[in-house]
Design a protein around this ligand. Sequence first.
Ligand code: SF4
Length: 351
Amino acid sequence: MTRKARAIGLISGGLDSTLALAMVKAQGVEVKAINFYTGFCITETQRRKGGRPDGSVPRNEALRAAADVEVDVEYVDISGREYLDMLVSPRYGYGKNANPCVDCRVFMMRKAKEIMEREGADFVFTGEVLGQRPKSQRRDTLRVVERDSGLDGRLLRPLSAKLLKPTIPEQEGLLDRSKLGDISGRSRHPQMAMAEALGIADWPQPAGGCCYLTDESFARKFFDVLRAREAAGEERRIEPDDVVLLSTGRHFRLSPKAKLVIGRSEVENALLDNYLEGRARVEAQGVAGPVALVEGVPTWEERQLASRIVARYGKGKDLPQVEVEWREDGEAERYPVAPFDDEDALEKMRV
Ligand code: SF4
Protein backbone atom coordinates (compact mmCIF):
# COMPACT_ATOMS: atom_id res chain seq x y z
CA MET A 1 0.00 0.00 0.00
CA THR A 2 1.19 3.50 -0.76
CA ARG A 3 2.38 5.29 2.38
CA LYS A 4 0.47 8.29 3.68
CA ALA A 5 1.77 11.50 2.14
CA ARG A 6 2.52 14.69 4.07
CA ALA A 7 2.15 18.16 2.62
CA ILE A 8 2.54 21.84 3.43
CA GLY A 9 -0.34 24.00 2.20
CA LEU A 10 -0.09 27.77 1.81
CA ILE A 11 -3.26 29.38 3.00
CA SER A 12 -4.51 32.95 2.77
CA GLY A 13 -8.05 32.33 3.96
CA GLY A 14 -9.49 33.07 0.52
CA LEU A 15 -11.67 30.55 -1.26
CA ASP A 16 -8.99 29.13 -3.57
CA SER A 17 -6.48 28.22 -0.87
CA THR A 18 -9.27 26.81 1.31
CA LEU A 19 -10.42 24.61 -1.58
CA ALA A 20 -6.85 23.45 -2.23
CA LEU A 21 -6.55 22.52 1.44
CA ALA A 22 -9.81 20.57 1.39
CA MET A 23 -8.95 18.78 -1.89
CA VAL A 24 -5.55 17.58 -0.72
CA LYS A 25 -6.86 16.59 2.69
CA ALA A 26 -9.71 14.64 1.02
CA GLN A 27 -7.04 12.43 -0.59
CA GLY A 28 -5.90 11.28 2.85
CA VAL A 29 -2.79 13.47 2.85
CA GLU A 30 -1.57 14.71 6.24
CA VAL A 31 -1.68 18.45 5.76
CA LYS A 32 -0.10 21.31 7.66
CA ALA A 33 -1.24 24.80 6.66
CA ILE A 34 1.07 27.81 6.63
CA ASN A 35 -0.06 31.41 6.68
CA PHE A 36 2.66 33.88 5.76
CA TYR A 37 2.60 37.37 7.25
CA THR A 38 4.38 39.80 4.92
CA GLY A 39 3.65 42.99 6.88
CA PHE A 40 1.47 44.22 3.99
CA CYS A 41 -1.68 42.19 4.62
CA ILE A 42 -4.50 44.73 4.89
CA THR A 43 -6.78 42.84 7.27
CA GLU A 44 -3.93 41.67 9.52
CA THR A 45 -2.52 45.22 9.69
CA GLN A 46 -5.97 46.53 10.61
CA ARG A 47 -6.22 43.86 13.32
CA ARG A 48 -2.83 44.90 14.72
CA LYS A 49 -3.74 48.58 14.64
CA GLY A 50 -6.86 47.84 16.68
CA GLY A 51 -9.52 47.71 13.97
CA ARG A 52 -10.85 49.25 10.76
CA PRO A 53 -11.66 52.99 10.56
CA ASP A 54 -15.31 52.07 11.35
CA GLY A 55 -14.19 50.36 14.57
CA SER A 56 -14.87 46.77 13.47
CA VAL A 57 -12.05 44.23 13.85
CA PRO A 58 -11.58 41.87 10.90
CA ARG A 59 -11.15 38.19 11.70
CA ASN A 60 -8.04 36.25 10.74
CA GLU A 61 -9.37 34.41 7.69
CA ALA A 62 -6.45 31.99 7.42
CA LEU A 63 -6.95 30.72 10.96
CA ARG A 64 -10.70 30.49 10.39
CA ALA A 65 -10.27 28.59 7.10
CA ALA A 66 -7.79 26.11 8.58
CA ALA A 67 -10.17 25.49 11.49
CA ASP A 68 -13.07 24.94 9.05
CA VAL A 69 -11.09 22.32 7.15
CA GLU A 70 -9.70 20.91 10.42
CA VAL A 71 -5.98 21.20 9.73
CA ASP A 72 -3.18 22.59 11.89
CA VAL A 73 -1.98 26.02 10.85
CA GLU A 74 1.34 27.73 11.50
CA TYR A 75 1.58 31.49 11.25
CA VAL A 76 4.96 32.45 9.80
CA ASP A 77 6.23 36.02 9.89
CA ILE A 78 8.39 36.78 6.83
CA SER A 79 8.18 40.57 7.15
CA GLY A 80 11.86 41.09 8.02
CA ARG A 81 14.82 42.71 6.26
CA GLU A 82 15.17 40.00 3.62
CA TYR A 83 11.57 40.52 2.44
CA LEU A 84 11.93 44.33 2.47
CA ASP A 85 15.10 44.11 0.38
CA MET A 86 13.31 41.91 -2.18
CA LEU A 87 10.55 44.54 -2.42
CA VAL A 88 12.81 47.36 -3.58
CA SER A 89 14.59 45.43 -6.31
CA PRO A 90 12.39 42.61 -7.57
CA ARG A 91 14.04 40.51 -10.27
CA TYR A 92 10.76 40.08 -12.15
CA GLY A 93 9.51 43.64 -11.63
CA TYR A 94 6.26 45.00 -10.26
CA GLY A 95 2.65 44.32 -11.16
CA LYS A 96 0.25 47.23 -11.62
CA ASN A 97 1.25 48.89 -8.34
CA ALA A 98 4.04 48.17 -5.83
CA ASN A 99 3.36 44.42 -5.91
CA PRO A 100 6.32 42.27 -6.99
CA CYS A 101 4.07 39.19 -7.05
CA VAL A 102 6.41 36.80 -8.87
CA ASP A 103 9.36 37.56 -6.59
CA CYS A 104 7.07 37.49 -3.56
CA ARG A 105 5.79 34.04 -4.53
CA VAL A 106 9.35 32.80 -5.05
CA PHE A 107 10.25 34.19 -1.62
CA MET A 108 7.29 32.45 0.02
CA MET A 109 7.92 29.13 -1.75
CA ARG A 110 11.56 29.17 -0.63
CA LYS A 111 10.35 29.51 2.94
CA ALA A 112 7.73 26.81 2.34
CA LYS A 113 10.46 24.52 1.01
CA GLU A 114 12.43 25.01 4.24
CA ILE A 115 9.32 24.13 6.23
CA MET A 116 8.64 21.10 4.00
CA GLU A 117 12.15 19.81 4.65
CA ARG A 118 11.97 20.55 8.37
CA GLU A 119 8.64 18.71 8.66
CA GLY A 120 9.69 15.80 6.44
CA ALA A 121 6.79 16.56 4.08
CA ASP A 122 6.58 15.36 0.47
CA PHE A 123 5.35 18.48 -1.28
CA VAL A 124 4.02 22.04 -1.02
CA PHE A 125 0.71 23.18 -2.48
CA THR A 126 -1.07 26.49 -3.06
CA GLY A 127 -4.49 27.71 -4.17
CA GLU A 128 -3.09 29.28 -7.36
CA VAL A 129 -5.24 28.95 -10.45
CA LEU A 130 -3.73 28.91 -13.93
CA GLY A 131 -4.53 32.14 -15.78
CA GLN A 132 -6.40 33.77 -12.90
CA ARG A 133 -3.99 36.69 -12.47
CA PRO A 134 -2.54 38.38 -15.55
CA LYS A 135 1.12 38.12 -14.60
CA SER A 136 1.73 36.01 -11.53
CA GLN A 137 -0.44 33.03 -12.49
CA ARG A 138 0.48 32.54 -16.14
CA ARG A 139 1.80 29.10 -17.03
CA ASP A 140 5.34 30.44 -17.51
CA THR A 141 5.38 32.35 -14.20
CA LEU A 142 3.99 29.38 -12.26
CA ARG A 143 6.95 27.49 -13.68
CA VAL A 144 9.42 30.28 -12.79
CA VAL A 145 8.22 30.24 -9.17
CA GLU A 146 8.60 26.47 -9.02
CA ARG A 147 12.11 26.60 -10.48
CA ASP A 148 13.46 29.61 -8.59
CA SER A 149 12.18 28.36 -5.25
CA GLY A 150 13.97 25.04 -5.67
CA LEU A 151 10.67 23.17 -5.36
CA ASP A 152 11.04 21.51 -8.78
CA GLY A 153 8.35 18.82 -9.11
CA ARG A 154 7.23 19.33 -5.54
CA LEU A 155 4.95 22.34 -5.93
CA LEU A 156 1.36 21.30 -6.56
CA ARG A 157 -1.49 23.60 -7.60
CA PRO A 158 -4.41 21.26 -6.88
CA LEU A 159 -7.08 23.47 -8.50
CA SER A 160 -5.32 23.46 -11.90
CA ALA A 161 -3.20 20.31 -11.53
CA LYS A 162 -4.67 18.44 -14.51
CA LEU A 163 -3.65 21.29 -16.79
CA LEU A 164 -0.05 21.28 -15.51
CA LYS A 165 2.82 18.81 -15.70
CA PRO A 166 2.39 15.95 -13.18
CA THR A 167 4.29 16.59 -9.98
CA ILE A 168 6.50 14.05 -8.20
CA PRO A 169 3.85 13.10 -5.58
CA GLU A 170 1.39 12.41 -8.42
CA GLN A 171 3.99 10.29 -10.25
CA GLU A 172 4.78 8.41 -7.05
CA GLY A 173 1.10 7.62 -6.51
CA LEU A 174 0.88 9.67 -3.33
CA LEU A 175 -1.91 11.65 -4.97
CA ASP A 176 -4.64 10.60 -7.39
CA ARG A 177 -4.28 13.02 -10.31
CA SER A 178 -7.77 12.14 -11.58
CA LYS A 179 -9.25 13.72 -8.44
CA LEU A 180 -7.35 17.00 -8.84
CA GLY A 181 -8.80 20.08 -10.54
CA ASP A 182 -8.68 21.42 -14.08
CA ILE A 183 -9.72 24.99 -13.38
CA SER A 184 -8.24 27.91 -15.31
CA GLY A 185 -9.06 31.55 -15.93
CA ARG A 186 -10.75 34.30 -14.02
CA SER A 187 -14.29 32.91 -13.63
CA ARG A 188 -15.14 31.99 -10.05
CA HIS A 189 -18.00 29.61 -10.95
CA PRO A 190 -15.98 26.36 -10.90
CA GLN A 191 -14.65 27.24 -7.44
CA MET A 192 -18.18 28.00 -6.17
CA ALA A 193 -19.40 24.63 -7.44
CA MET A 194 -16.41 22.88 -5.89
CA ALA A 195 -16.98 24.68 -2.57
CA GLU A 196 -20.54 23.43 -2.54
CA ALA A 197 -19.44 19.87 -3.31
CA LEU A 198 -16.83 19.98 -0.52
CA GLY A 199 -19.22 21.58 1.99
CA ILE A 200 -17.28 24.86 2.28
CA ALA A 201 -19.71 27.67 2.99
CA ASP A 202 -17.63 30.47 4.50
CA TRP A 203 -15.02 32.60 2.80
CA PRO A 204 -14.23 36.34 2.67
CA GLN A 205 -15.96 38.43 0.01
CA PRO A 206 -14.46 39.55 -2.26
CA ALA A 207 -11.63 37.05 -2.47
CA GLY A 208 -8.09 38.46 -2.39
CA GLY A 209 -7.39 42.20 -2.16
CA CYS A 210 -5.50 41.56 1.06
CA CYS A 211 -2.21 43.19 0.11
CA TYR A 212 -1.35 46.88 0.49
CA LEU A 213 1.26 46.50 -2.25
CA THR A 214 -1.54 46.09 -4.81
CA ASP A 215 -3.23 49.29 -3.61
CA GLU A 216 -2.74 52.32 -5.84
CA SER A 217 -2.58 54.94 -3.09
CA PHE A 218 -0.22 52.81 -0.99
CA ALA A 219 2.01 52.30 -4.04
CA ARG A 220 2.25 56.07 -4.58
CA LYS A 221 3.54 56.49 -1.03
CA PHE A 222 5.85 53.49 -1.35
CA PHE A 223 7.56 54.79 -4.52
CA ASP A 224 7.60 58.34 -3.14
CA VAL A 225 9.74 57.15 -0.21
CA LEU A 226 12.15 55.35 -2.52
CA ARG A 227 12.42 58.34 -4.88
CA ALA A 228 12.92 60.80 -2.03
CA ARG A 229 15.66 58.66 -0.43
CA GLU A 230 17.48 58.43 -3.75
CA ALA A 231 17.11 62.18 -4.38
CA ALA A 232 18.51 62.88 -0.89
CA GLY A 233 21.51 60.66 -1.65
CA GLU A 234 20.35 57.93 0.74
CA GLU A 235 20.13 54.20 0.17
CA ARG A 236 17.07 52.97 -1.78
CA ARG A 237 15.51 51.04 1.07
CA ILE A 238 12.23 50.47 2.91
CA GLU A 239 12.46 50.41 6.70
CA PRO A 240 10.17 48.41 9.01
CA ASP A 241 8.65 51.66 10.35
CA ASP A 242 7.76 52.70 6.77
CA VAL A 243 5.60 49.60 6.42
CA VAL A 244 3.30 50.83 9.19
CA LEU A 245 3.48 54.54 8.41
CA LEU A 246 2.78 54.13 4.69
CA SER A 247 -0.67 52.78 5.52
CA THR A 248 -1.35 55.42 8.18
CA GLY A 249 -2.50 59.02 7.80
CA ARG A 250 -2.38 61.66 5.07
CA HIS A 251 1.09 62.12 3.57
CA PHE A 252 2.54 65.39 2.26
CA ARG A 253 5.92 65.59 0.58
CA LEU A 254 7.59 68.84 1.70
CA SER A 255 10.94 68.12 -0.01
CA PRO A 256 13.09 65.03 -0.71
CA LYS A 257 14.36 65.44 2.84
CA ALA A 258 11.08 66.08 4.66
CA LYS A 259 7.63 64.50 4.78
CA LEU A 260 4.57 65.24 6.89
CA VAL A 261 2.17 62.49 8.04
CA ILE A 262 -1.13 63.57 9.62
CA GLY A 263 -3.39 61.18 11.56
CA ARG A 264 -6.93 60.76 10.21
CA SER A 265 -8.58 59.27 13.32
CA GLU A 266 -8.04 58.76 17.04
CA VAL A 267 -6.64 55.29 16.28
CA GLU A 268 -4.12 56.74 13.83
CA ASN A 269 -3.17 59.59 16.19
CA ALA A 270 -2.41 57.05 18.92
CA LEU A 271 -0.44 54.92 16.47
CA LEU A 272 1.67 57.88 15.29
CA ASP A 273 2.58 58.54 18.93
CA ASN A 274 4.35 55.16 18.91
CA TYR A 275 6.68 56.26 16.08
CA LEU A 276 8.25 59.39 17.55
CA GLU A 277 11.84 58.22 17.54
CA GLY A 278 13.81 60.20 14.98
CA ARG A 279 10.72 62.24 14.03
CA ALA A 280 9.14 65.52 15.14
CA ARG A 281 5.66 65.43 16.68
CA VAL A 282 3.46 68.33 15.62
CA GLU A 283 0.09 69.26 17.12
CA ALA A 284 -2.09 72.36 17.32
CA GLN A 285 -2.60 73.75 20.82
CA GLY A 286 -5.82 75.01 22.37
CA VAL A 287 -8.00 73.53 19.62
CA ALA A 288 -8.79 69.90 18.80
CA GLY A 289 -6.73 68.51 15.95
CA PRO A 290 -4.72 65.58 14.66
CA VAL A 291 -1.30 64.32 15.70
CA ALA A 292 1.27 64.70 12.93
CA LEU A 293 4.83 63.52 12.42
CA VAL A 294 7.54 65.13 10.34
CA GLU A 295 10.18 62.77 9.01
CA GLY A 296 13.60 63.85 7.80
CA VAL A 297 15.34 67.19 8.05
CA PRO A 298 12.94 70.06 7.29
CA THR A 299 14.22 73.58 6.64
CA TRP A 300 12.84 76.51 8.64
CA GLU A 301 10.37 77.26 5.81
CA GLU A 302 9.28 73.62 5.71
CA ARG A 303 8.70 73.64 9.46
CA GLN A 304 6.44 76.66 9.04
CA LEU A 305 4.65 75.00 6.13
CA ALA A 306 4.13 71.74 8.05
CA SER A 307 2.79 73.68 11.05
CA ARG A 308 0.32 75.54 8.85
CA ILE A 309 -0.90 72.30 7.25
CA VAL A 310 -1.35 70.66 10.66
CA ALA A 311 -3.37 73.72 11.79
CA ARG A 312 -5.48 73.41 8.61
CA TYR A 313 -6.57 69.88 9.62
CA GLY A 314 -7.69 70.89 13.14
CA LYS A 315 -10.77 72.65 14.52
CA GLY A 316 -8.90 75.94 14.29
CA LYS A 317 -8.71 75.85 10.49
CA ASP A 318 -10.87 78.99 10.12
CA LEU A 319 -9.06 80.99 12.82
CA PRO A 320 -6.58 83.69 11.74
CA GLN A 321 -3.86 82.13 13.86
CA VAL A 322 -3.25 78.85 15.69
CA GLU A 323 -0.41 77.90 17.99
CA VAL A 324 1.34 74.72 16.94
CA GLU A 325 3.72 72.71 19.10
CA TRP A 326 6.80 70.90 17.77
CA ARG A 327 8.33 68.23 19.94
CA GLU A 328 11.56 66.55 19.02
CA ASP A 329 14.44 65.04 20.95
CA GLY A 330 12.62 65.80 24.21
CA GLU A 331 12.34 69.54 23.47
CA ALA A 332 9.21 71.49 22.63
CA GLU A 333 8.78 74.73 20.68
CA ARG A 334 5.60 76.59 19.82
CA TYR A 335 4.88 78.63 16.69
CA PRO A 336 1.88 80.85 15.99
CA VAL A 337 0.86 80.17 12.37
CA ALA A 338 -1.96 80.96 9.96
CA PRO A 339 -3.73 77.70 8.96
CA PHE A 340 -2.82 76.74 5.39
CA ASP A 341 -5.60 77.70 2.99
CA ASP A 342 -4.27 77.05 -0.52
CA GLU A 343 -6.11 73.83 -1.38
CA ASP A 344 -4.48 73.49 -4.82
CA ALA A 345 -0.99 73.75 -3.37
CA LEU A 346 -1.99 71.26 -0.67
CA GLU A 347 -3.19 68.79 -3.28
CA LYS A 348 0.14 69.08 -5.13
CA MET A 349 2.06 68.19 -1.98
CA ARG A 350 -0.25 65.27 -1.18
CA VAL A 351 1.35 61.91 -1.90
S1 SF4 B 1 -0.44 40.31 -3.77
FE1 SF4 B 1 1.09 40.90 -2.23
S2 SF4 B 1 1.34 39.08 -0.94
FE2 SF4 B 1 0.31 38.43 -2.82
S3 SF4 B 1 1.96 37.74 -4.14
FE3 SF4 B 1 1.56 39.88 -4.64
S4 SF4 B 1 3.00 41.05 -3.40
FE4 SF4 B 1 2.90 38.98 -2.51
